[in-house]
Design a protein around this ligand. Structure first.
Ligand code: PLP
Length: 391
């Protein structure tokens, strides 16, 4: 194919209200709270981040990172299998294994890469990968990259998943789902999915990027909420860039699984190890999240406050009791207009459009974090009610 000019494609994206633009965070007025930001000269309350526990600005994490950087420098210098694997990585892996109640954990540079690595290592051509229709883009890309036949079942429909597993040919090797869905805030039916996967000897991969640190009695995520262990959910993926306020991701499971991934997960093998200061900060995050349990409770209490006030004010809500609160608006144009109106009122709530969500399901995605104040939540609902409720 000949090289084509890109401007017409960009204009078409613009015409469909789908052009993406980045806003630059100039500063955090209070460095210890990322809930408040200055963006292009405007002071805003950020209701779009995934910093659920309010840890991204926590001084203990910054101190751990700084101390480690003085000791170990900035770069790892090589991949984990060459000479880049250090003590902070090893210690963090042990602590993540203990936290998730599994034999071992393996650090990846990002959640995107963890999903690519896991799915491509466990499924190949001639087999089949089964995904929830609303799974995160990284799981979809992982399924495509694996070369396996790629099938999706309706959102959270464990019976449909079971029927596809029963088809047998090609044999399903991986059944993958988000734990807590990133754009909808609902939780996968993990007990039923686990039963189905076990009955057909498929690996159940649960990507709990948003649930880990937040859900469950001790913050172990969607699997803890469902009361499931390593037998029922053999492959657990978690991220460090969301509730844990840093960067990176991990896979937790049996010793054999982790050893296999070290041999076969290409997105683990062929990339530079993440900087040790990042691992040191993640260790601090894990510690703080377990000591300051009020953070989890506060994120959930503010969620309940938001929902009660929104319901009272007639703001449309989705079926989510987690800190991810979608406000369905039905079109890209409406979602963008709402985003702009909220900006004027001092709130940063980003419109979520296609292809992140299906066409017609465009929405605002509000996230509540431990760093928010009650009055900020109330003021957001007040603004939303002026936007969303016909006068
Ligand atoms: C954010 C996210 C990822 C990717 O994690 P990163 O560490 O940001 O690459 C993977 N899966 C889900 C469900 C996510 O929401």
């Amino acid at each position: 194919m000949k090289r084509q000019p890109l401007e017409p494609a960009l204009e078409e994206i613009e015409r469909q209200h789908l052009r993406r633009r980045r806003a630059t965070v100039d500063a955090y007025p209070r460095p210890d709270s990322h809930a408040n930001v200055i963006v292009e000269g405007r002071r805003l309350v950020d209701f779009s981040s995934n910093d659920y526990l309010g840890l991204a600005g926590h001084p203990a994490l910054a101190a751990a990172m700084t101390e480690c950087a003085r000791r170990c420098g900035t770069g790892s210098g090589a991949s984990h299998l060459i000479s880049g694997h250090g003590r902070e990585h090893a210690a963090l892996e042990e602590e993540l294994a203990a936290f998730t109640g599994r034999e071992r954990a393996l650090l990846f540079s990002t959640g995107y890469m963890a999903n690519l690595g896991v799915v491509t290592a466990l499924a190949s051509r001639g087999e089949s990968v089964l995904l929830d229709r609303l799974s995160h883009a990284s799981l979809i890309d992982a399924g495509l990259l694996s070369g396996a036949r790629f099938r999706r079942y309706p959102h959270c429909d464990a019976r449909a998943a079971r029927r596809l597993l029963e088809e047998g040919e090609p044999r399903t090797t991986v059944l993958a789902t988000d734990g807590l869905f990133s754009m909808d805030g609902d939780v996968a039916p993990l007990p039923a999915l686990s039963q189905a996967a076990r009955a057909h000897d498929a690996w159940l991969v649960v990507d709990d990027a948003h649930g880990i640190g937040v859900l469950g009695r001790s913050g172990r995520g969607a699997v803890e909420l469902a009361g499931l262990g390593c037998e029922q959910v053999p492959v657990l993926v978690g991220t460090l860039g969301k509730a844990f306020g840093t960067f990176g991701a991990f896979v937790a499971g049996t010793g054999a699984l982790i050893d296999f991934l070290i041999q076969r997960a290409r997105s683990y093998i062929y990339t530079t190890a993440l900087p040790q200061p990042v691992a040191a900060a993640a260790r601090a995050a894990l510690r703080v999240s377990q000591q300051e349990t009020w953070r989890r409770e506060r994120a959930l209490a503010l969620t309940a406050r938001f929902r009660a006030a929104a319901r009272e004010a007639g703001v449309p809500l989705a079926d989510s009791v987690t800190p991810i609160q979608p406000i369905p608006l039905g079109s890209a144009r409406a979602a963008l207009a709402a985003q702009h109106a909220l900006l004027e009122a001092g709130f940063w709530v980003v419109a979520i459009r296609s292809p992140t969500v299906p066409v017609g399901e465009e929405r605002l995605r509000v996230t509540l974090t431990a760093g928010h104040e009650e009055h900020q939540v109330d003021a957001l609902v007040e603004s939303l009610s002026r936007l969303c409720v016909p006068a």
